[in-house]
Design a protein around this ligand. Structure first.
Ligand SMILES: [Zn+2]
Length: 349
């Protein structure tokens, strides 16, 4: 089937009370791994590319691969999403290429490093929303600033530096009309999120719950939400890797988030670890091998297993056939005539 609207995917997830994993891709094997997992678990899925990924793979290679994934998997709704757009132009170029969803990360200035002001964030996000909705494309915004750096994007520092303020989240949602809202609750991008299993002092699930109470119908997005399981770290290190001990976001915390309005969960690091561990294992155990398929095939399989596990844990498994995807033109019409509301429901404190 053609690529579908992320808004529709998330609206349906809200109806069904589940979350949808958004998995990052840079190459064919990663896209195949996601589609194998989606097929196995019958899951709707969000595939996303960062600016770094678009540069690495060249836009057209990556986009054509996604189109192939959609054509080969007619029963799986797939949304193609720009992860962390840094400017109006980045989002516009993704939309013109055919992405069905974009993130305008106006929490940072265009350099992707410096925190912006609230007004700057509202302004650029609003412009992207106007441009995108006219074309039936979904927009995710971000309020608060994530910790860490990934693909050259991020303010660095701890995830606790710029936790989202619930009042600002409400004002941001009202003034921008975003379809989904990424919030900062202490998580960071990359492998090194927490130095021990996170508790409420570093992972602010209470803030997430407070935002959900004020914005009960807004789709919340968790970034930096790999779980960084020890088993995956161990495989990398067992075969010559040198990862320092680290902790991610436990799956049960994500599941608590899903009970409180989280509809999109970004996962990248876990897949990177699975791929690297599988490749290292082949290199260590069979140093005579030199056909890339000998290590890319197990790498793809390892990533597929992680993605399928997350799909089951997030609850999206089994929901691929629940609804008939609307065309992007129908979605555009919905935004225009107001069937698809962009006014958030706001509950009083
Ligand atoms: Zn992110």
């Amino acid at each position: 089937m053609p690529l579908v609207s992320m808004r529709q995917l998330l609206d349906e997830a809200a109806k069904g009370g589940y979350g949808v994993g958004a998995f990052n891709v840079n190459d064919m094997e990663q896209i195949q791994a996601i589609m194998m997992a989606a097929k196995e678990t019958k899951s709707p899925v969000i595939v996303q590319a960062s600016r770094g990924a678009r540069q690495f793979a060249e836009d057209l290679y990556l986009f054509r691969l996604i189109q192939a994934a959609a054509e080969l998997n007619p029963d799986i709704p797939i949304a193609m999403h720009q992860d962390h757009g840094n400017s109006f132009e980045t989002c516009k170029s993704a939309i013109e290429l055919g992405y069905t969803s974009v993130m305008m990360d106006g929490s940072l200035k265009e350099d992707g490093k410096t925190p912006s002001t609230f007004e700057e964030n509202v302004d650029v996000t609003r412009r992207v929303v106007d441009f995108a909705h006219e074309r039936g494309v979904t927009v995710e915004g971000e309020i608060g600033v994530l910790g860490g750096v990934e693909d050259g994007h991020g303010a660095g520092g701890s995830g606790l530096d710029h936790i989202t303020d619930p009042d600002q989240a409400v004002e941001f949602a009202e003034r921008t009309g975003v379809d989904a809202l990424a919030i900062a609750i202490g998580t960071s991008h990359g492998a090194y999120k927490f130095t021990k299993k996170p508790d409420g002092s570093v992972l602010k699930m209470d803030v997430l719950i407070a935002i959900h109470k004020r914005l009960p119908n807004t789709h919340l997005v968790m970034h930096g939400s790999s779980s960084v399981p020890k088993e995956l770290q161990d495989i990398v290190n067992q075969y010559g890797g040198k990862l320092k001990p680290t902790w991610g976001v436990p799956v049960e915390e994500i599941q608590l988030g899903i009970k409180n309005g989280v509809r999109k969960i970004n996962v990248d690091t876990d897949n990177r670890l699975a791929i690297t561990g599988a490749i290292r294992k082949v290199f260590a155990e069979s140093p005579e091998k030199f056909d890339p398929r000998d290590y890319l095939k197990p790498a793809r399989e390892a990533m597929k297993n992680v993605v399928a596990a997350r799909m089951r844990e997030f609850g999206q498994a089994g929901h691929a056939g629940d609804y008939k995807p609307l065309s992007i033109a129908e979605i555009a019409k919905g935004y225009k005539d107001g069937t698809l509301t962009t006014r958030p429901l706001v509950a009083s404190k």
